[in-house]
Each structure stands twice: as C-alpha cells, then as structure tokens.
Design a protein around this ligand. Structure first.
Ligand code: ANZ
Length: 957
C-alpha cells in the first residue's frame, strides 16, 4: 500500500482533492437546481418576492470575457472570483444581489481563426463559450444563469442595432446640452427657426441635400475622412487600435491614412459632460486621469489669418497661446488641409530658396510629392518627438493680423488634420516643434515671452524654444493692442478680446477627443440597420425589421492585400452577398416598396460592450431595451450617491479609455433620450492586478515549457540545459499558462479561490506560484478537521460556551473580516480567518458557536466546503443566504494595549496594560521593568513623560 493510500485508509473522511471534487460538483448541481443565485427584479418575468426586492440592491459586475479558443488560464478568474466573493458577502448581509456573466463574442480573433481553419466564426465561438462556461462553472461562481447572454445572440444585437438607430436619429442640442430626436431638428429647419446652411428654405432642398444637412448634426453619421486603412487585415481601424509604431494592434501590419466613407459616432459632442461627470465617480484616480488626458481639453483661441493675394481665403488656426501672436513668423497647414490647393500659386515666388522648395520645379509638384510621403505615416509617428521636421513651402503667404507681417505658409506632417483646425501659426521661439522646423528651414524667430533664465532675448543664439506659462510678454505692441509686461493668462484674455472685437478670432475650447470611427470591413460583427436608396441617401430600418441578422455567407474572409500596399481599398465580405445586399423594402415612411442597397460594413466589436450592463437587468425583454422600473431599481441614482450605475465593476486597467469611454457615451445618449435613468453606467470601478508568471528562456531566448523546468541549487534547468527566469505575462505563447482545471483537479475549486484571493492586495500584480497553492489547501483541511472527525466522519463540535480568549479571537475576526469584505481586502480577510482557525485547532474541542462562525466567514471565499460543513452542522438551509456573523463590540475592544517604554528616546520595553491604566500606575510599571532598570544603570531620573496607556518616555539626568 502506498503512503497516501495508507493515510486515506486511516482517515477516510479527510478533506482531499477527491472529496473536494465530489462536494463541489454536488453543490454546484444543487445551486443550479434551486436557482440559488437568481436575483429578484421588482417586476416582470424575473420578479422576485417583495421582501427580497425591498432589500438594498447590489449590482456586481465583471468586464465580460471574449471567448478565446485558448480557454481560461488562472490569471483570468482573478477578477471573477473577487466579484463573486464580494457578491456572496453582500447576499449574506441582506442585499438583493445581481451577479452574472455574459460573453463579448464578436470580433477579429474568431474571424481570423475562421479564415485560417475554414470553420464558421459562430461555430468556433460557440465551442469556445461552451468550454469557458464549463471552466467558470467549475469555480463555483454564483451567477444568475438566467441573465447570461452573448453579444452575438440576435435577440441581444437587435438592441445594439436599436441603440444605433437611436443615436442615428438624434442630434446634440448645444443650447440644451443634450441629445434630442432628429425630428425636432427637422421641425426647426422646416419652420425656419433654424436656418439651413446656405439659407434656402428647407422645402427647396432635395432629399439628398436634406440628408446631407442632417448628416452634419446626427450623432451617428457617415463621412469621408482620413482613416487608418490596414491592407494586411483588410479593414480600417480606430486610432486606438493602432500602435505607437503605426501598425495594427492585432497582427502588427502597417497602417496607412486613406480617405474613405465611414460611420462615425459624434462622441465629441459629449466631451464636456464626459469630463465633468468623471468627478463624482468612484473610480481609481489613474483611470480618471487617463480619461481626462484622452478627452484633452485645451483652452485657447481660433484666429483668422488672411492669405496674401487671395482676398477670399483665410487660414483659421487653433492656438493655446494667442498671447504669442506677435511671435508668429510662419504658418503650417496639415498636408491634407482643404485650403492647400486653393492657395498654391503656379510658380515659386521671388526669393523662395531651395530649403523651402525641396528642389521641386513648382509649388504644386512639391505639395504633391510631400503629401504622398506624409500619407505613409500614422498620426502617432507624425506627432513623435523627431528632431528632423519635414515639410515644404506652399509658395503662398499669409498676413499676421496683429503685426501686419507677411509670413510664409508651409505644409508639414507635424500638423495633424484631425486636431484643432488642422492649421497652426508657428511661434518658433516658444514652441519646441516650431523651433526645430524653423532651424531646419532657416525661418525667422522672434522672442515674445521673456525668458526667465539667462539665455537672453535673441532666439538665434538659443538651443531650444523657451516655453513657459509663468513669464512676462515682451515685443508685443501693435495697432490698438499692447501685451508688453502682462503675464501669460492675462495676455491670453486680452488678445482673445482684441480678436473678438475685430471679428478675426475668439477664445475657444478645443478637445483632443475625436469622433469615434464606427465601421469595420469585416464579417463577424453587428450589421448596420441602414439601407441606401438610389441617390445614396441612408435610411434607417424601422424597428419592426430588427434584428437585421448577419447573413450566412460562403466566404467571410475580408479581402486582404499586400500589407505594404497603401493604394488599395477595403472590400467588405457582406458586399459579395448580392441577394442580401439588394432588397426591396417598404420602410413605412410613405415611400412604399422601393429598391435599396444595404450597408455592408459591420459595427466594431466595442459596440456590444457599450450597453451590456443594461441587458443583464432585463435579459429577455423583446419589447423594449429595458423596462424603466427595473432599470431604475438597479441603476438609478440614489440618496448619497450622485450618479447611478453598477455598484461594483471589476476589470483590467487596459480598458481605461476605450470601452469605458464608449460605454459612458452610449449611456448619456440613452439618458438624454429618456430611455434610462442613470447617465453613468458604472458608479464604482476597480482594476484588479495581473497574475504574472515566470517565463523561462533557453540560450536562444526561446521560451521553454515552464512546467518542465527544474530548480537545482538556485539555478533553473530544462532538459539539462540552464535557462533564464523572468516575470512576465501568463499565456500560451510563453509556455507558462496554468489552467484553473489543473489546480481544481489537484486541490479543488475552493482552494484555488482562496489562493487567488490570498496572493496579495487585489489591485496589485502578483506572480503565480503553483507550489504555494497547497498552503490554502491545508487551511481548508484544518477547518474541516475542526468540525469533522477524519476517521469516522462524525461531527466533533461541542455545545459548550467558548472561553473568553476564544470569544475575543472570534469576534475580532468577525469584525475584521466584515471590514475587509466591504473594502475588497480579501487577502487580509483570509489571514484573519486563518488566525481564528489556528486558534481553535489548538483547543481539544471546538465549540459549535465558533465552528459555525468560521464556516460563515469562509463561505464567500470557499462556498462549497462551507455549504458542506453547514449541512454537517445540522442546518438544512444553504449558507448562501445565511446572515453573515456580526461581532459583539464588547469582545472587539482590546483587552490590553501595548505600552512602549523609551529611555532617552530609545525603545527599551513593551508592556501589556489595560486600556484604562492610570498614568501613575503606568509610570510605576515602567520604572520597575527589568529591561528599563538595566538601561538606566542606576542613573538619576530627570523627567518621566507619561502618555497613558501607550507611551512612557524616561529622560535620565
Ligand atoms: C501657437 C503656440 C505657441 C502654440 C506656443 C504652442 C506654444 P494642446 O495644448 O495639445 O491643445 N497645434 C494646434 N493645432 C495643431 C495641429 N492640428 N497639429 C499639431 N499641432 C497643433 O496644443 C495646442 C497647440 O498645439 C497649439 O498652440 C498649436 O501650437 C499646436 F508658444 O499655437 B500653439
């Protein structure tokens, strides 16, 4: 008989992996069969008992997973376990808890996989979801299964499409500062209350012209705009999907700027509100900061510069430093700027030297050549801090409106079309990029902000621009204005007023935030509920035609191209399906049945995650997005909490800007249109840390399977060869993934849960160490042994009253664990439970009261063993809804406090004293302590300072 078999024979009722597996499977079945985690809605199909609905609510949510083919590794469930513990604790403290999990299942990886293997993305996605569901179920997560869904379900994306239509059918009313139905704008235009852009009456406009006008207002609109075209992936990408190197985040292909007709979301209309509404949110400060930077609010001015020899043309620039206008010695337009072609003269003007012209024969030729070069660069590359600025002279001059000077106009790629007005006044003395450009192109510089260092006021002698907000303006006197001697802020205001008074500019606020590029040339996404008539006018489908299902197609691969070929353009998979694309429909708009062409782009995979929190509330509603009562119950703002939203949302910090900003934007539109009561989706956000793993690499730097590496005398070996060890990400590619399945098989899910929660504070990244998991396994074994006899299986607890010390240990643990649970400090909660468990392990018999408290304390963390022990202790209820123990304050106050005794400021002794000890008594105790007597060595005492009960300081003479 082997050693373990012998041990098992002697202790057949020991808590082992096999027993854990049996218990866990049994309780998981029980929970499923009894709907233990069903959350109660106030009304409707999922309505619960009134007394449950009357409890305070808690909506606890995870960022839902993408069902990847690799399945879960132990890093993924960290957040899921944490929210589960938190949700369970709140169930036990009298809350109606909503906790569930769906799948974010559209997107590129499934599609790439499908293209490679010929499996339909739906087939592989469903299989991946099935596998992940199994893995998640094994962890004992207390989800309400009735509320789970995937974003690819037609009855889910029906509402994604419906929201798109809401956004399409609305505009942002700047005056009211909110979205309103587009029909109300049409009324204003039709009645003449709001003029049309060219002043003609609304009735005089053709249908196509009207559509164009409305397109300028709609919150979802199609436009020709420079976009990130990725030939290698066959699709355009949002800025956020392009890396700093100008390549695709996925696949690492080159990305080019191309002008294409694309759908956009006018998120910029909400820039101010997205910024202001961040304040009251209970989010990590770092995430708020990232959102603020992303939105990038800058206060400055727009200024018009007349173009010399073109009386009709003016260049409007955006600057944050209108106080430096006297120092503007040249101008730059983005290469793509509309005005360029209009102002380029036929020939170079007198004196245009070769550095300016780049050796080209004519300005037009120079411009064309430079544009081609700039198109190959991404915005990120264009903004990079490269010393060598490139550009070319357009041959045109503008007039500086304050100094009256003629200044040359250049195009250069460091000016972006998508920011401000796509044109700048260059102030080389005070802007680093302008300085570098001016040096390269031998342009004049003028100092207008007095340097605070000793460089003097002649920029030709400087090494870099002088830029400061804390300085005085000089050299800035012109007609009717002088800024000399003013500080920057004052000068900015003065200049803005001067410009406004002359009608050549005004103070303005600019945002870095761009509209959100919302279409992809891919198959595996939500189809747009849009059709085009023969004039190319976009029409929304009526609600009755939703969902517009993704058609089955033979060939769902996008047409990809040579990754380096910028002269290509996208071809969407849906466009090849002529039967689906060309339809005769009656849109119910009075036009009768007509021929239309469907939109063949699909929505980006961010769409499905923009509103999924709402679907969890009312998952089967086929009539409306969400029932208003149900939405208000779970999401509505309440007393003492200025924003509504999910009570706890846990996910990775990598979603700081995109997902969270998009979801906030959709919430605000739906809120403005009266569909929901909370303008913010997530009240409290928490970012869990990452579980890292050791990566072992051989001499060639290639990762070797981590599980097969052996440690010998502090060195790491793989197949006899030394390998290096570094902390990195966990994953298949680094051959260091550990799956929850392996750990569950070896120890059980409860051990895995405890280990993940015990590894450290939740928001800190930590290295995975399979060898340390056993520590939590032993905790559960000791807990089990404190209740159950391992040989007989009998319950061993006694009905005796615990002794004083045990009562104190128990109530202190209860008190501490409660606080830790509320504050997501699960690691310290486990430490306290361990301490109490060890305390009773020493006793010959465990009082029932303490055993029950331990079981309830551990229940949110290790629910299966808790259920089993609770049953064994004679209860016939599930532990899930048992009240969490409450500490008796009488036992929580410390029986003694530690008093520190110092001699000459150095700690010499610690005394355990009663909290109510008198000063006199404390002094006597301190002076009598042997360590203190020794430290004094018979010296006289000059002074004794007593701060009862914690400190005595003795000063010898
Ligand atoms: C003159 C000036 C003088 C500027 C000076 C800065 C310092 P933020 O703060 O990020 O909003 N700018 C404006 N539009 C641009 C564009 N499309 N591409 C590249 N740069 C652009 O930056 C605003 C400043 O960035 C603006 O103020 C403008 O340069 C530049 F001492 O104008 B400034």
């Amino acid at each position: 008989m082997s050693e373990t078999n012998a041990a098992e024979a002697a202790a057949p009722h020991r808590y082992t992996a096999a027993l854990a597996a049996e218990i866990e499977a049994r309780w998981q079945d029980f929970w499923d069969a009894n709907g233990t985690y069903d959350a109660a809605n106030p009304s409707g199909e999922l309505a619960g008992a009134p007394e449950i609905v009357a409890r305070p609510k808690k909506f606890v949510m995870d960022m839902f997973p993408y069902p990847s083919g690799a399945g879960l590794h132990v890093g993924h469930p960290l957040g899921y376990i944490a929210t589960d513990v938190y949700a369970r604790f709140h169930r036990m403290t009298g809350h109606n808890v909503l906790h569930t999990l769906g799948f974010d299942a559209f997107g590129l990886p499934a599609e790439q996989y499908a293209v490679q293997t010929g499996t339909h993305p739906r087939v592989s996605t469903e299989a991946n979801m099935e596998n992940m569901r199994r893995q998640l179920r094994r962890l004992g997560l207390g989800h309400d299964p009735r509320r789970s869904f995937a974003t690819i379900d037609p009855d889910y994306y029906k509402w994604t499409q419906w929201i798109f239509l809401q956004i399409f059918n609305s505009w942002y009313d700047e005056q009211a500062q909110k979205a309103r139905p587009i029909a109300e704008l049409v009324e204003q235009l039709a009645s003449g209350e709001r003029p049309t852009p060219d002043g003609r009456p609304w009735e005089a406009l053709t249908a196509a012209e009207r559509a164009d006008v409305l397109g300028g207002y709609r919150l979802a609109y199609a436009s020709d705009a420079p976009v990130n075209w990725c030939p290698g992936l066959g699709t355009v990408l949002a800025n956020e999907e392009v890396t700093a190197e100008g390549r695709s985040e996925r696949g690492n292909f080159p990305v080019f700027k191309a002008n294409l007709r694309q759908w956009n979301m006018r998120i910029t209309a909400y820039a101010d509100r997205l910024l202001a509404d961040l304040e009251p949110l209970d989010w990590p400060e770092a995430i708020k900061l990232q959102q603020r930077n992303w939105i990038g609010r800058s206060e400055g001015a727009r200024v018009d510069f007349p173009v010399a020899d073109h009386p009709d043309a003016k260049i409007t620039i955006f600057t944050t430093r209108q106080d430096t206008l006297f120092g503007a010695t040249y101008m730059v337009l983005a290469p793509e700027h509309d005005l360029v072609d209009a102002i380029v003269p036929a020939a170079w003007p007198e004196g245009a030297h070769e550095v300016w012209t780049g050796g080209h024969a004519t300005p037009a030729e120079a411009v064309a050549a430079y544009r081609k070069q700039a198109a190959a660069k991404s915005d990120v590359e264009r903004q990079a801090e490269v010393k060598d600025k490139t550009g070319v002279f357009t041959g045109a001059f503008a007039i500086n409106p304050v100094s009256g000077e003629r200044v040359p106009v250049f195009i250069a790629d460091y000016v972006l079309m998508g920011y401000g007005t796509g044109a700048i006044m260059a102030v080389p003395a005070h802007d680093t990029r302008d300085f570098a450009f001016a040096r390269a192109f031998e342009l004049p510089m003028r100092c207008v902000v007095e340097p605070s260092d000793d460089r003097g006021t002649d920029p030709s002698t400087w090494d870099d621009a002088f830029s400061s907000y804390d300085a005085k303006i000089i050299n800035s006197t012109g007609e009717g204005i002088s800024l000399d001697g003013l500080g920057v802020a004052e000068a900015k205001t003065r200049m803005a007023e001067w410009l406004a008074a002359r009608g050549i500019g005004e103070g303005t606020v600019n945002f870095r935030l761009r509209d959100w590029l919302f279409s992809r040339q891919r198959y595996w996404g939500e189809p747009f509920p849009i059709v085009y008539d023969e004039d190319g006018v976009a029409h929304p489908l009526p609600e009755s035609m939703l969902p517009l299902e993704l058609p089955e197609v033979e060939d769902y691969s996008p047409r990809t191209f040579d990754p380096d070929d910028a002269d290509t353009s996208p071809e969407t998979p849906l466009s090849r399906n002529e039967d689906w694309v060309n339809v005769v429909l009656d849109l119910g708009d009075g036009a009768g049945p007509k021929r239309y062409r469907r939109e063949t782009n699909t929505m980006p995979n961010w769409a499905g995650s923009c509103w999924y929190e709402l679907r969890y509330l009312d998952p089967h509603n086929a009539e409306r997005l969400v029932d208003p009562d149900i939405e208000r119950y779970w999401m509505g703002p309440r007393d003492g909490q200025p924003t509504g939203g999910v009570d706890l949302y846990v996910g990775g910090a990598e979603h700081a800007v995109l997902h969270l900003l998009y979801a906030r934007f959709w919430s605000k539109v739906l809120y403005d249109l009266g569909h929901i009561s909370s303008a913010e989706p997530f009240h409290k956000l928490y970012n869990q840390g990452m579980i890292q793993a050791y990566v072992y690499r051989d001499k060639r730097g290639i990762a070797v399977p981590a599980a097969e590496v052996e440690e010998r005398d502090g060195a790491y070996c793989y197949q006899g060869e030394k390998v290096s060890r570094l902390l990195g990400k966990m994953g298949k590619s680094l051959k260091n993934a550990v799956t929850p399945d392996e750990i569950c098989a070896e120890y059980g899910a409860d051990t895995l849960r405890l280990y993940e929660m015990a590894m450290g504070p939740l928001d800190v990244s930590r290295p995975w160490d399979t060898r340390a998991v056993v520590g939590q396994y032993r905790l559960l074994q000791r807990l089990w042994r404190n209740v159950v006899d391992e040989a007989t299986g009998e319950v061993t607890v006694v009905d005796a009253e615990p002794d004083e010390a045990t009562l104190r240990a128990m109530h202190k643990a209860i008190d501490g664990v409660r606080q830790d649970m509320v504050n997501l400090r699960f690691n310290t909660a486990i430490a306290k439970i361990t301490e109490l468990n060890n305390h009773v392990t020493k006793a010959p018999e465990v009082p029932r009261q303490v055993a029950e408290a331990l079981v309830l304390l551990v229940a949110p963390l290790a629910p299966h063993i808790a259920e089993e022990l609770w049953r064994k202790l004679g209860h016939d209820t599930t532990v899930v809804h048992e009240p969490f123990p409450v500490a008796d304050p009488a036992y929580v106050v410390d029986e003694t406090v530690t008093c520190v005794v110092q001699v000459k400021g150095k700690v010499k002794a610690r005394l355990e004293v009663s909290p109510s000890v008198s000063g006199e008594e404390l002094e006597k105790l301190a002076l009598g302590d042997p360590a203190v007597v020794a430290a004094l060595g018979g010296a006289d005492i000059r002074k004794v300072i007593v701060r009862a009960p914690k400190l005595v300081n003795i000063v010898p003479a």
